[in-house]
Design a protein around this ligand. Structure first.
Ligand code: GTP
Ligand code: MG
Length: 453
């Protein structure tokens, strides 16, 4: 029963504050354009303005606001609203799946083709600013966080990712409910002296508590699984969204993880064995990508997903070398990794998509980042070289030692093979004597397990 809606149109708004240079400002708007396209909206234009800050009641200055309103068909000023209505942000999130084309909030000529229904601001704006912009433009207003949350909502597949996104969305909606009431709660329609607003807030609180409980349960299960894998050889692919992490994951592990030219295609951490398999196995994980101005609630929500990365012995830090703003990608990714405490994990910098980079730019990259690996996920040879690098890293970390598996405990043989490479075996009266090679921590733990009665 799905009806095909016309492609929603959007106009982007960026404010260039004094601390931001022209290039970063343009790059941020370009990235917003890609985010909005990922949502399936058509971007019809961009309005940008230099201002001291993004405070102020409507974000834009008066003149620019009028220009914007002329495009969207709004009246160009905030004025007052006679009728209290449900916040757009709230409708947007409540009815995300059955959204209808928007009715005009202010008298506008909606028949005019090409009139954008969305104004999308490249910053996080307050619920009050959003409401004022909606009044002045007659369009639906979203900010960067709103766009990212919507993409996460659509791309979440696992139960865990869905819960994480719903928690972040509810946290985003809650303050917007408060301010959308205009400060006083609407009394009509609510029973037992409870206003709609209070009811809504209570519902959100209850729902949040319920979701968090469900999430914790899943995460307890994850912890157990992670505990079981703790001494295995682990490498994690981390980095900016669309850098090619999943492409490398596919190439290294032969798995069918999703690869798409979209932002935030991957939200779930996937773990697969490096192929062809090594002894012991090396596990590779693919993770959620980073982005500039990642909403804080999302960082918190996806922390547990990124925690997976922290447990790796090696981080493969993937950067899209063909992106002109790769340096800022690098910086953003580094700061997220610092934020989650992952900067202590050994890492290798991978400049991916090198097939799209000119020889001159490659030389610059090599000079600037002499330790980095330049590669293309599409080149079999490059991927095989990366596999060798990963294996060499673990070989360096491994040591040789001897383990004794008593005859009464032959059932633990599988665990030995899982965590170490058995080089040779001998049998005497005490049991199976094995010369093994593995990470020192894995061998120490195996020894304790085998000795335990
Ligand atoms: N030319 C070229 N394209 C690549 C390369 N690696 C990845 N791509 C393309 O880049 C796009 C993004 O790749 P993904 O592997 O999905 O990127 P990701 O880092 O997993 O992205 P998210 O999951 O969204 O964070 C896809 O269209 C890939 O085909 C490469 O080495 N060369
Ligand atoms: Mg991916």
């Amino acid at each position: 029963m799905e009806t095909k809606l016309p492609v929603p149109r959007a106009i982007l708004v960026g404010i260039q504050v004094p601390s931001v240079d022209d290039v970063s400002h343009a790059a941020s708007l370009e990235e917003l354009r890609r985010l909005v396209k990922t949502l399936g909206y058509e971007v019809i234009g961009t309005i940008s303005q230099k201002r001291a800050g993004i405070g102020g009641e409507t974000v834009l200055g008066k003149g620019r606001l009028q220009e914007l309103a002329a495009i969207t068909g709004g009246r160009g000023f905030v004025g007052s609203m006679a009728v209290a209505r449900k916040s757009k942000a709230r409708e947007h999130f409540e009815d995300a799946d059955e959204r209808k084309p928007d009715a005009p909030q202010i008298e506008t000529d909606v028949e005019t083709p090409l009139r954008p229904e969305f104004v999308i601001v490249d910053h996080d704006i307050s619920p009050g600013q959003a409401r004022n912009l909606e009044r002045a433009t007659g369009a639906q207003v979203l900010d960067r966080t709103g766009v990212i949350l919507e993409i996460f909502h659509r791309h979440a597949h696992s139960r865990e990712a869905k819960l994480q996104v719903e928690i972040a969305r509810l946290k985003y909606v809650a303050p917007r409910l408060r301010e959308s009431s205009g400060g006083d709660a609407r009394q009509q329609g609510a029973g037992a002296g409870e206003s709609d607003l209070e009811l809504d807030r209570r519902k959100i609180r209850d729902r949040l508590a319920e979701l968090k409980e469900q999430l914790e349960e899943i995460q307890r299960g994850n912890e157990q699984r992670r505990y079981a894998r703790r001494d295995q050889l682990r490498v994690a692919l981390v980095g900016y969204t669309n850098a090619g992490k999943s492409s490398l994951m596919r190439a290294l592990t032969g798995s069918e993880v999703l690869v798409e030219d979209k932002l935030f295609a991957t939200l779930d951490t996937t773990v697969r064995a490096l192929q062809p398999e090594t002894k012991p196995r090396v596990l590779v994980s693919d993770t959620v990508g980073f982005i500039k101005k990642l909403p804080h609630d999302l960082v918190a929500s996806f922390r547990s997903t990124l925690d997976e990365a922290l447990e790796a012995s090696l981080l493969l830090f993937v950067v899209d070398a063909s992106d002109p703003t790769y340096e800022s990608q690098l910086e953003v990714s580094r700061s997220v990794l610092r934020e989650i405490g992952a900067e202590v994990v050994p890492s290798r910098l991978l400049f991916n998509k090198i097939d799209r980079v000119s020889e001159a730019d490659r030389a610059t990259l090599r000079a600037k980042h002499p330790d980095a690996i330049l590669l293309s996920a599409k080149s079999l040879q490059d991927v095989s070289g990366l596999r060798d690098t990963i294996i060499a890293f673990f070989e360096d970390a491994m040591v040789e030692d001897q383990l004794v598996l008593p005859y009464a405990k032959q059932g633990l043989l599988g665990e030995v093979h899982e965590n170490a490479r058995v080089l040779s075996e001998d049998f005497d009266t005490t049991g199976r004597i094995m010369k093994v090679r593995g990470l020192p921590s894995a061998i120490a733990r195996l020894r304790r397990t085998l000795a335990a009665s």
